[in-house]
Write a protein that binds this ligand. Sequence first.
Ligand SMILES: Nc1ncnc2c1ncn2[C@@H]1O[C@H](COP(=O)(O)OP(=O)(O)OP(=O)(O)O)[C@@H](O)[C@H]1O
Length: 759
Amino acid sequence: MSETIEQDLSVETEYVGKLYARLDELRAEKVEQLGRTRAQGAVGSFQNMSERDSFATLYEDRIAQLDAVQDRLVFGRLDMAAANGSNGDPQAEENRIRYIGRIGLSDEDLNRLMIDWRAAEAAPFYQATALNPRGVRRRRHLMLSGRTVAGIEDDVLDETWLDEGHTHHGEGALMAALREKRTGRMGDIVGTIQAEQDAIIRAPLPGAVVVQGGPGTGKTAVALHRAAFLLYEYRERLKNTGVLIVGPSNSFMRYIERVLPSLGETGVVMSSVGELYHGVQAVPETNRTVARLKGRPSMARVISAAVRNRQRVLPEDRTVVVEGTRLTLTRKMVLNARERARHTHKPYNQARETFVKVLVGDLAEQLRRKLEESAGQSSTTDRSYLPQEVRESWDVRVALNLCWMPMTPQKLVRELFANPHLLAAAAPKLSEADRDALYRRVDAPFTEADVPLLDEAAELLGEFEDPHAASNQAQYDRDVENAQAALVNMHTMLENAGIDGVVTAEQVAGVNQETAARQTAAERAVADRTWAYGHIVVDEAQELSPMQWRLLLRRCPIKSFTIVGDIAQTSAASGATSWAQALSPFFGERFTLEELTVNYRTPAQIADAAVRVAQAAGLNITTPRAVREGDWPPLLTKTTGAQLDDTLRAALAEELEYSAGGLQAVIVPQDQLAHTRDVISAAYGDRVGEGSGGLSQDIVVISARESKGLEFDSVIILEPEQLVAEVDGGVGDLYVAMTRTTQRLRVVYTGELPEGMEA
Ligand SMILES: Nc1ncnc2c1ncn2[C@@H]1O[C@H](COP(=O)(O)OP(=O)(O)OP(=O)(O)O)[C@@H](O)[C@H]1O
């Protein structure tokens, strides 16, 4: 190591030490403040206690944030050219050096020590090029090992030293990041964001941005960093509305869940498409026909008809008995009440109140007349209680429910698909075969394809009753009870001390209610279906059906979206084949399309093979440029059916040796998943994980579809020809599978190879 590099390293290590010392100091301060706040105990007025809780939460959050940014706290330094006219100004001199890190840090005297990567002043770190240096003379990447600077990499952008050969800034830092072993959890890329990625991350909040990119171009990374940027730049606007991040599955959400905290952001709502209807944990929809049918926009009309059909007119007039008097509920009365209720244009459950009120009024009038007939004209008895009697009559309640049953979205959707006659009435245009395909048992679990239908139904039905309100009240009652018990002791103590009671049980219980009111926007948003988010980020957006888009648009009526995906990777039966086709019903022409063009994950030799396979099958794909050539082409191992298991075992042993401690995937056709897992588990036991939920193990047996969005150090694909044949869209799945590796790809097969696999 040359002397100057050593000197630079020690200078930077010293500065980095100072930054960590400041971080430690801030943390210690917060821990101390938290300790003091907690030590105040349960004394003081109700308001004081409530404030104390707020402060404690604030300190806890800040401590969590300071902990989350510890790893690679700082990663860059900019040396800026002197601004014109700043000669000799010490402050300006100091501002010429900017350290860029995960958060902003200042010393006690408010001198800036480090700039948050999202601040405008940090932008040149990502955007400056030799041709457009944006005032940067030198950009330095700092590579940390713990709290020591282990490596430095400089891009000199001074015009006196133009180097147009640099296409990726921080090439060394970038390559080091790409070479790192995969852990089964996505990491952040904050130190090495490239210019084309940065431009998308910092795009303004309003409107919809679509980020199209081939495999490994950093779409997911960009989407997450953009969320962090928006929360920083538009904090005030997003504080009360929040940001929602939507991904394809729970395991994918787990895969990405650590990225935002490492960027200092925790207040984001993350949800898979199966969780978007609060209270329902939907399972994947495995039947492609059903997924396609339920995803169609016409399903909105089916749900609407299903709701309307739940308002029935009696087949004939009906006798109801109220307190021993026989009354007649006529079809005409029902029709009239239904008309008046529909005229309110309120949701079904609220309109029902009008329906009930009108009929109860009519029946009460009938009852009054009958009573007066029997009592004689002169009767002056007070009859104001009659509507109540009508309302409480069992007969009347049954009859009204027959006509207009209170309904939950779950019940509506369940019964719609479990009762062929209900579906036939709501969807007369569907073919019989399609209706048969949609049939399922009433107790079958909801699938991801049902989620937007539930939401659609909820929109039309309105609130049935607010179970939360009931449970809040129940909780409140319990709290009052507990508090009362505690207060008995306290009052005794206070009386003994000659002091009158200062606090009531209700006040103590009220603290909890206050806490609920103090929840972050994120916490409240999760539980509230009608919550309108300030921004939504959608990953793997090409998979969404029109019905899923409708749901998301309801969650963000101002249409501020970041939509990332690769239209060529669509595998869902209900997914899109072009962005315009997918989005124009919802956004018209009002979205901007950005493209990412560099594949950071897959080495060129393997990416090229994947492209050949896709193109040979006629897939219309974009072909990103791979940032690395890679050391190995795809390794193709032919074997026989009888030898398949042995060959796989041998191939796996070899791959594990190469990737030494890395993450290994074995991607197999769906119907061989169980067998392959057994074969491998017999040799490797607990080291084998299954599916995308098994990423904490170092060998993962997984289907091609489930591997979407994930990455591994090495991938073995078993029987690619079969993988292609097993579903329509299978070539797309193979294309995805081939691009999951960061280092090596091995293909083990018995028959033929798909066209294009061999160079
Ligand atoms: N600027 C960067 N610096 C370092 N690593 C990067 C950068 N951009 C992307 N990567 C890495 O490249 C890999 C692929 O990124 P990501 O998963 O976001 O791509 P993607 O476009 O969503 O891929 P796919 O659609 O194939 O799932 C990740 O390991 C990511 O960390």
